[in-house]
Design a protein around this ligand. Structure first.
Ligand SMILES: [Ca+2]
Ligand SMILES: [Ca+2]
Ligand SMILES: [Ca+2]
Ligand SMILES: [Ca+2]
Length: 200
């Protein structure tokens, strides 16, 4: 039987699970009614996005490839792969990657050891797509994420790569903190495409 303190911890953890995605959103949920409906939606999302299988199907159903796959062959070539990250890391959706966005993404995508000055070779405080591609290519993610070795990244390989990056403790589940990254980056991609609501 659970003692009183473990029940209390359980209650606090439940609150954190529900509240973290809310903290990661900014702006549009200004009034109480919106916030309440977001919490109700978030409860579903947290439960449904926890394991890898569910993450794959959710990622696929959001059709991110429609906007990233310029050649419309259902696969990402190296330039398309790089542009997909450029788009995802451009969190204010101004089609430019500023230093602050890069710093945040570097932490969230686990490349904290990389140096901004080596990416921003023009030293103007932002990365154009050419600078980004050069820096990004050095990470060798294109090679590492290509699990079937066909020199293209398919949707499943992309979802797999993201899941491995964000599942920091490698336990096969996205916990509340790890899930916050899904909320920040993937929800923003959907907003960029003009889609409303939360990723389910
Ligand atoms: Ca930007
Ligand atoms: Ca630059
Ligand atoms: Ca592949
Ligand atoms: Ca995890």
């Amino acid at each position: 039987m659970k003692d009183r303190s473990s029940l209390k911890v359980g209650r606090i953890w439940s609150f954190v699970l529900l509240a973290l995605p809310l903290w990661s959103c900014n702006g549009p949920y200004a009034n109480e009614e919106d916030a309440e409906s977001l919490i109700a939606d978030t409860r579903v999302v947290v439960v449904s996005l926890r394991d890898e299988t569910r993450f794959h199907s959710t990622f696929g159903s959001a059709n991110f490839y429609e906007s990233w796959d310029a050649s419309r062959n259902g696969l990402l070539g190296e330039q398309e792969f790089s542009r997909a990250f450029y788009s995802m890391w451009d969190l204010d959706n101004d089609n430019s990657l500023e230093k602050g966005e890069w710093k945040k993404s570097a932490r969230d995508f686990r490349i904290e050891n990389k140096l901004w000055v080596q990416w921003d070779t023009s030293d103007d405080g932002r990365l154009d797509k050419r600078e980004f591609h050069l820096g990004f290519s050095d990470l060798l993610w294109y090679e590492k994420w290509d699990l079937n070795g066909d020199s293209r990244i398919n949707e499943s390989e992309y979802a797999d790569g993201l899941f491995r990056l964000w599942d920091r403790d490698a336990n096969g589940l996205l916990d509340a903190r790890e899930y916050g990254l899904v909320s920040t980056y993937l929800e923003n991609q959907r907003r960029k495409k003009g889609e409303k609501g939360l990723l389910l």
